[in-house]
Design a protein around this ligand. Structure first.
Ligand code: HPA
Length: 258
């Protein structure tokens, strides 16, 4: 059994595994993944900003990262995102399982299916985050002392700048709960490759304009982040069959051709 974890700001280690770093060549560029084992479980760990946090959100090669996971045989992915809080019910230090997204990115490659040699497909986004894996994460959370808000909507902006107060007021009106810079196209590309993809976001600040200042929590969340990693890895290790439609999301219109 093998699965992957993609982490963002604040998580650069997965305790309990010794990782070997590998560079995976893909048609979209090189991706760096870390491969570790525990008994018969293989964990592929990808730090989307790099282990030294040198890749900003708008420079991440999402296509190479997700293709590399497919090349090493991954079908199940959990991801973590550091975000800002729009919804007052998920304040800084709060955590939420994602169920949907709003995409305000631009100029990012959004698909593996670009016609011709890569084929043409439309991919269902009626349940972008695997509902079955999300349920498992929610079910196990109390064992790791975590309270997770279910069903959050993640607004993806391009970054690297933060939002203006007017933008946040707009995202709030549109139903956004949390805002971050990396959720899309990561989940979209994973679904295009038939992966089960679930995600947990943790808030490190109020979104712009909601409070006098954004009140970044700094490393006060280290303990919570460690528990979150332990929860996600344990959940991945337990996955057997999943009652969901993730593997049927891709509607192929034209197979790849010259
Ligand atoms: N906006 C966008 N991305 C973020 C934020 C934010 O307030 N906090 C953490 N990532």
């Amino acid at each position: 059994m093998k699965s992957a974890i993609i982490t963002g700001t604040g998580i650069y280690q997965i305790p309990g595994f010794e990782f070997e770093q590998k560079q995976i060549e893909t048609p979209y560029g090189t991706a760096v993944v870390n491969i570790g084992h525990k008994d018969d479980f293989e964990l592929v760990f990808l730090a989307r900003h790099g282990l030294d946090h040198t890749t900003p959100p708008h420079m991440i090669n999402f296509q190479a990262n997700i293709k590399a996971l497919q090349i090493v045989g991954i079908k199940h992915v959990v991801a973590t995102y550091a975000v800002g809080s729009i919804n007052r019910e998920i304040p800084p230090m709060g955590l939420a399982v994602l169920s949907d997204f709003l995409d305000f990115t631009n100029s990012r490659p959004l698909s593996f299916y670009n016609g011709g040699k890569s084929g043409l497909a439309h991919t269902g986004m009626d349940a972008p985050y695997c509902p079955a894996m999300s349920r498992e994460i929610l079910k196990n959370a109390a064992d790791y002392n975590l309270k997770l808000h279910p069903g959050a909507v993640y607004v993806t902006t391009n970054g690297p700048r933060f939002e203006t107060p007017a933008e946040i007021r707009m995202y709030e009106k549109l139903g956004g709960d949390l805002v971050g810079m990396t959720g899309v196209p990561e989940v979209v590309l994973a679904r295009e490759l038939n992966m089960h993809f679930a995600a947990v976001a943790y808030s490190i600040n109020w979104a712009a304009g909601l409070e006098e200042d954004m009140q970044f929590v700094g490393n006060k969340m280290d303990g919570i982040r460690q528990n979150l990693v332990a929860l996600l890895v344990a959940t991945l290790q337990k996955i057997e069959t999943l009652d969901c439609k993730c593997e049927k999301a891709v509607m192929m219109m034209h197979e790849p051709h010259e």
